[in-house]
Design a binder for this molecule. Structure first.
Ligand code: 1CP
Length: 350
């Protein structure tokens, strides 16, 4: 019998540039990935998705695996993000909703009363076996490249349930929050349980890091954020604890950044409206940052993009760690060759 020693493996995502940056260490190069890197900007994605609707795709492990791997192969990004959607766990517990092409999530019967909570039971791992299967297959296929798991945060999920679909003003959501704070709290408690379990399923299956998307919470003033939202997001982030690094992201959240970081993040996501320099100052230099190239700038001439990428990488050096990303998701018409060039440029800057 030979004594077994742990081989020094290069196949360990915990030693990746992404994880190092999230832990506040200095990797050899700035890691880079893109929100919505899988999706309509890729012709190979459009081909694969033909004839399968979004939610069906999300529940088919072979498709999820292939779609998740496409941008990693094509762009050489430093992370994969699971191909899924924030409403997948809501659908899994039985909420009647669909993802309508060109629109987004649409809920058949929007939530308005306490009785509606009966339509939102707790999530268990048995509700989402296809997530466990897809994450397991991905971790095996990705080797040293980390897989990022994700969930929607309670506020953003509640907004879809209460508005019934995408919303600009979130008026019904705000009306419930202020008009029936108890119902709001009960709804967000359930959503926090669902979000925490959805993340835990992905962590248990091998995800190396997670991102909590509170995409639309920038619609709130700080006092409302602290009173009505932060405790629920904190519950989700604290449930992850130190199992894997946690990214917390929202759009237009410059005024909430310090609170969102302190809610239990290791990495604070920064949208394109705030410079990384300001983001570092607002979070007292205590958190790694992720961001923040404006996705619309990818349509500008290359020298403009190059200049901005260089500035962002430079600004990121003031943070304890920096993960290069866009300030929000890749726009569907983006030329994917530009994304590849951005990855090459970020890596070349060390
Ligand atoms: O038919 C299609 O191709 C549907 C388009 C699409 C895709 C590709 C939707 C509908 N969701 C997704 C995938 C998706 N959603 C990912 C994949 C992983 C990756 O990044 O590559 C992720 C992380 C999400 C998460 C998501 N869904 C968020 C948070 C991220 C963000 O962009 O802020 C949100 C807000 C949603 C809701 C949603 N799902 C789909 C759309 C078009 C929307 C937004 C609708 C709106 O404007 O409110």
């Amino acid at each position: 019998m030979t004594t077994s020693t742990t081989p020094a493996t290069t196949d360990d995502p915990s030693q990746s540039a992404l994880l190092q940056a999230a832990r506040g260490q200095r990797p050899r190069h700035t890691p880079v990935w893109f929100m919505r890197q899988a999706g309509r900007s890729l012709p190979e994605y459009r081909e694969l998705r033909q004839g399968t609707n979004m939610l069906e795709s999300c529940a088919t492990p072979d498709l999820v695996t292939e779609i998740t791997l496409q941008p990693v192969r094509r762009h050489g990004v430093d992370a994969a993000i699971l191909f899924s959607d924030i409403v997948v766990p809501l659908k899994a517990v039985g909420v009647d909703l669909d993802i309508v092409a060109g629109v987004g999530p649409v809920v058949a019967e929007p939530f308005a009363t306490r009785a509606d909570l009966d339509r939102l039971p707790d999530l268990t791992p048995e509700h989402v076996p296809y997530i466990t299967e897809a994450v397991g297959a991905l971790v095996a296929a990705l080797g040293p490249t980390p897989l990022i798991g994700f969930s929607g945060a309670p506020f953003t999920l509640a907004s879809y349930l209460v508005e019934g679909g995408p919303s600009k003003n979130h008026q019904r959501t705000k009306a419930m929050m202020h008009g029936d704070p108890e119902l709001w709290r009960a709804l967000c408690d359930r959503l926090a349980q669902i979000a925490a379990t959805f993340l835990q399923v992905q962590i248990d299956a091998g995800a190396s890091m997670v991102q909590l998307f509170d995409s639309w919470v920038g619609a709130l003033p700080r006092t409302d954020y602290l009173r009505f939202v932060e405790p629920h997001s904190r519950a989700v982030l604290e449930s992850v604890g130190d199992q894997v690094p946690r990214i917390h992201f929202g759009v237009g959240t410059g005024e909430l950044l310090a609170d969102m970081a302190a809610a239990g993040a290791d990495v604070i996501g920064v949208d394109y409206r705030l410079s990384l320099t300001d983001a570092v100052a607002r979070t007292d230099g205590k958190y790694a940052v992720q961001g923040n190239l404006d996705p619309a700038l990818l349509f500008a001439p290359w020298p403009v993009i190059e200049g901005r990428v260089r500035e962002i990488v430079q600004e990121g050096r003031a943070a304890p760690g920096h993960i290069f990303n866009l300030g929000h998701g890749v726009l569907p018409d983006t030329d994917p060759t530009v994304l590849t060039r951005v990855v090459e440029l970020v890596h070349s800057l060390g």
